[in-house]
Ligand binder design. Structure first.
Ligand code: KMH
Ligand code: ZN
Length: 285
């Protein structure tokens, strides 16, 4: 049975697009917080975060990550998910260290994948180390699945190391990456059929597959991820002007599907994130 509401995740920045090429991309902390607030108002329940340095390039600097988590918690009630994927050039130890910033959730990609001209490295020993660290740190992982084989690796991870923190297995189908599964309804149905029983899932379509994947996900009972990490064109020939318009469109689709956007409280309940509201940034260091 399809869930009553739709979790809308916004991925506002990513690691691949240059600010110089897309001025609307949020890269400073102020820009990220402003985007997050607007996206929450438009219906987002979770923010998937990549940060940039002062030079606007991707970074996994721990101090900046901590400040980002704190600022997002102070200004929004969104579930804060930090990317452990980073950029394709980020070393494994920096990607593991992301958990030290104490997010509610983190991404965990379930296998190496070709990524355009690059390779996004997620070998099994890295996956297992990261997964066990999420369990110890009480951070809810979101399993990023770029390919059907990643579903098998996620299942192997769960069989070997047990349930994630909180007990809810939540995945995100990342579709349409050049090198991963295509952003089609047929691929989505095949991936969903392979998921373990009881897991929740969202889907995102990269680039021009965004709407196809969103419509397929809603009709198959899934949740939605949108944002400028994944899509820079709102319609043919019309660049995205800001993340909030992608969230607003996703919210409209969800309402049309009679599965309105989840509130942030509903998102927290779905994912069973730890209540960190009483922990101040100072205490947590
Ligand atoms: N930037 C990609 C190489 C994630 O956030 O975990 C990886 C990515 C996935 O975006
Ligand atoms: Zn990401």
């Amino acid at each position: 049975m399809a869930p009553a509401g739709t979790l809308i995740t916004v991925a506002p920045t990513g690691a691949e697009t240059a600010k110089a090429d897309v001025p609307a991309l949020p890269v400073t902390l102020d820009e990220l917080v402003a985007t997050a607030k607007a996206c929450e108002a438009a219906g987002a329940g979770l923010v998937h975060v990549h940060i940039r340095g002062a030079d606007t390039r991707p970074t996994l600097d721990l101090g900046r990550l901590r400040d980002t988590v704190q600022a997002l918690r102070e200004s929004t009630s969104l579930v804060v998910q930090l990317s452990t994927g980073g950029a394709v050039t980020d070393p494994f130890d920096h990607r593991l260290r992301v958990l030290d910033a104490e997010p509610d959730s983190c991404s965990l990609t379930c296998g190496t994948t070709n990524f355009g001209d690059d390779v996004f490295q997620n070998p099994w020993p890295f996956m297992t180390e990261l997964y066990q660290r999420t369990q110890a740190a009480e951070v809810v992982p979101e399993f990023e699945l770029f390919d059907l084989g990643h579903v098998a690796s996620m299942t192997r991870l769960l069989d070997t190391y047990g349930a994630p923190f909180g007990g809810q297995v939540h995945c995100d189908l990342v579709m349409g990456v050049p090198g991963g599964m295509p952003g089609t309804a047929a691929a989505l149905v095949a991936a969903v059929a392979a998921l373990p029983a009881g897991c929740s899932w969202s889907a995102t379509g990269i680039g021009r597959t965004s709407l196809t994947v969103a419509l397929a996900a809603l009709s198959a009972g899934g949740h939605l991820r949108v944002g400028m990490e994944d899509t820079l064109t709102f319609a043919k020939g019309r660049p995205v002007t800001g993340n909030e318009e992608l969230v607003a469109r996703a919210a409209e689709l969800a309402r049309l599907a009679q599965r309105p956007p989840m509130t942030t409280d509903e998102a927290r309940a779905l994912l069973r994130v730890k209540d960190r509201t009483s922990v101040t940034a100072g205490e947590s260091r």
